[in-house]
Structures are given as C-alpha cells and as structure tokens.
Design a protein around this ligand. Sequence first.
Ligand code: PMP
Length: 312
Amino acid sequence: MSSEKIWMNGKLMNWEDATVHVTSHALHYGSSVFEGVRAYATDNGPAIFRLDAHTERLIQGCKVAKIDLPYNAEEINEAIINTVAENDHESCYIRPLVMRGSGPWPSGLEGRKCPTDFIIITKEWGTYLGADALEKGANVQVSSWRRMAPDTHPAMAKVGGNYVNSQMIKMEAHDNGFDEGIALDVNGYVSEGSGENIFVIKNGVVITPGDWSSILLGITRDSILTLLREMGYEIRFQTIAREMLYMADEIFFTGTAAEVTPIAAVDRIPIGIGSRGPVTKQVQDEFFAITSGKKEDRHGWLTHIRQAVSEN
Ligand code: PMP
C-alpha cells in the first residue's frame, strides 16, 4: 500500500485504485505514448525540468501514433504540477502515459474506437545507472540488437511499442554483465543507448548522432547541446562508426533518467582515462548547477511547483 496519488483521467486517486482493464488496447499492442520527466530539489522546493518540452513531445508523439489526447498543453502541465504537489515530493521522476484503453472487444489492430486513458505517476528516484556511475562512469557494450530502421517504427515518437527494442538491448547488456547497451542504426552506425542519447568527445570536438540515426530527440540532449555551445565547443552531428567509440577521448550518455552519465568502457575497452573526463565533468557540473537552482535558470528550464500551484 502506498499513500501516493496517481492522476488518472482527470482525477487524483490512491495508488492502488489506479488500474486499467485487461482488454486495454495498449497492453496487447503497445499503443501508448509516454514521457519521463524529472523534478529536482531546489531551495525553493521541487522544480520540474523542461516541462513544456516534455509536454510538447508527448503531444507530438500522440499525433504520430494517431491517439486522441483530450487535453491541451496547459491542462497537461497543470495536471503534472498538481500531481507532484499533491505527493509532496522534494524531487521525483514523473511518468505521464497516454494509452489506448478498453473499447469494443476484440478491438484488433485498428484501435481508434478505444478511449484514451491518461495517467501521471510520480515517484522519488535516484540515479539510473548506479550510484557511482555519475562519477566513475558506466560499463557498456555495443548491442547485438539494432535500433529500428527509419521506415519501421517512429523512433522520434516515444511510443510504448518501440520499447520492446530498448528492453532487448537492456536485458542483453545485463545478462552480459554490463550496465547498458549502445545500439547501432540500420546502417551499422552508432545510434543511442536503450534509453539515452550518446555524445563522443574527440580532440575537443563534440560529436553526436543526427536524427537520421533512429534516435529519440532527447530533451536532455537538447539541453546539453545548448550548454556545450555556450561553453564554446564545436559540435558535429554525424554518422559515427563503432570503432570511433573505442578511439574517443570521452563518451557520455544523456537522458532524463541517466542525466549526464560518463561511459568508462565500451566492450571492456577503457574510454580515455577510463572514468569521467574533463568535458563530461564540465557540462555535468553546469547541468546539475542549473537543475538544483544553484545557478540562474537562464533558459527558463525550471517550473517551480510551489510558485506554479500558488498561481493556479
Ligand atoms: N533515447 C531513448 C530511446 C529514450 O527512451 C530516452 C529517454 N526518454 C532518451 C533517448 C533520452 O531522452 P530525454 O533526454 O528526453 O529523456
């Protein structure tokens, strides 16, 4: 039993009461679109990082998946803010989920007669790839599973069904004793982790795969690109061959869950100094200084919960 509240279809309800029917379309066919968002602790209470960008990606994902979302951006933001406030979190992970629910049975693949369920779950959560990983770095492998070809699944939309691929990458990595896997794209170039974007540093230049490599356009990726540009780094969007990973000076992952996580080794080959490199540390420090409210929020990335609730 938990005292936490889950927001479901317009109402805050007890954790154990937030259930769906077994005939829900999304359970059978992966017809859902979701987000992963973090709220960080600051001196002024919890603050959601890049709420507008997450809400926008959720709306765009529903458009791609042709799922009716009966809420606009303002209503979604308000529901997320109220759920974090109601649960009294200092910091938390937030999971908004839009899914095709239970409709005519059997509904078959054409699920557009099924109603939409919209759910927001929040929970306090620490680091994703292990407590040490932010400093020491993660040990990763190149996965034998590739990312989807661009004409198969919509990689840029955070659709539930896409995450069968991510699960295969993650489980294979764990079974082989690694923290995470890196998938190559359909052409054999580096794409991304199971739930993270990837950055390579070589001779002071920042290299990251472009949107043609079947990546999710990560919101952390976008934030880190902004910070790296401000720091004066040259950034290249390019196709990255697997061996460039082994030759890199530094590699790091970005993601809402992974934040900015250095990569210590790929396929047991140490990367650079074999732990967090200087560019990674510089951008990681700046990222956490902003998310924690210690540095000015110069890009307007934080939504302070207390302030937002008092304005509503
Ligand atoms: N790629 C994939 C496949 C993901 O699931 C995620 C996590 N949402 C990311 C990259 C990183 O995206 P973001 O920074 O928006 O969390």
